[in-house]
Design a protein around this ligand. Structure first.
Ligand SMILES: [Zn+2]
Length: 233
């Protein structure tokens, strides 16, 4: 057998292994596992995002509580000043009342914001619980399916290894230059070799120029200008 015939036989074995690999990739169990994984990743990101939001809200509540305490202290100081030195005219009374109202308004505003944030936090907490519950259920399904898939994978892997070994056996007498060519074409198109079909490339059905036909028929393989496959007799 010449190098091209060996390469052609190798391609048959190699393609069979490729088919097995593709079957494994398309396995419904594997596809479902990948979907579950994606879902779990999304839920984890959503959960993290909620936690960050709740943390930021809790920081804001702390800041508001500090502001409330500060305003209450100011209010207390204002009243002590009022008690110790009673205002002497209506203008001073007016100013005391205004300052008191301003501080009370501030406190009221802060308290309203705290209540609003607490409500938002409750909403997010409940969203978070839903996410965790759903994720736990999917995680359980995922674990169950993964156990099933592992058995399937092991069996398929054994099959694939056998096919790969057969291909390696077929390829052992092929010279490096031919094998390298095969592998480099394989990166662009599969299968890498095509047989001449009349005056066409058997891979892409492109009619070949007579010079190319002469070379191929004479036993010199030529790469198809259209699909890049190595055309052999
Ligand atoms: Zn072609």
């Amino acid at each position: 057998m010449n190098q091209l015939e060996l390469l052609w036989n190798y391609q048959q074995a190699d393609m069979e292994a490729e088919r097995q690999e593709n079957t494994m990739k398309r396995s419904p169990a594997r596809q479902r596992l990948l979907k579950y994984q994606e879902y779990l990743r999304e839920q984890k990101a959503a959960s993290l995002h909620l936690e960050e939001e709740v943390q930021a809200m809790s920081d804001r509540v702390d800041a508001l509580n500090d502001a409330i305490m500060h305003a209450e202290a100011q209010l207390k100081a204002l009243h002590s000043r009022f008690e110790s030195a009673r205002p002497e005219n209506s203008k001073e009374v007016q100013s005391f009342i205004q300052e008191t109202q301003r501080l009370l308004q501030n406190i009221n505003g802060y308290e309203q914001e705290v209540r609003r944030i607490r409500k938002d936090v409750d909403g997010r907490d409940s969203q978070h619980r839903d996410i965790l519950q759903r994720a736990a259920k999917v995680r359980a399904d995922y674990d169950k399916l993964k156990t099933e898939y592992e058995a399937e994978y092991k069996e398929n892997m054994e099959k694939l290894e056998k096919l790969r070994n057969t291909a390696a056996e077929q390829g052992k007498d092929i010279e490096a230059a031919y094998m390298d060519k095969y592998k480099s074409i394989k990166q662009h198109i599969m299968p890498p070799l095509a047989q001449l079909s009349g005056d066409q490339c058997g891979g892409c059905r492109m009619s070949l120029p007579s010079a190319v036909l002469r070379s191929v028929r004479g036993g010199t393989p030529v790469e198809c200008e259209s699909c890049g496959r190595l055309i052999i007799k």
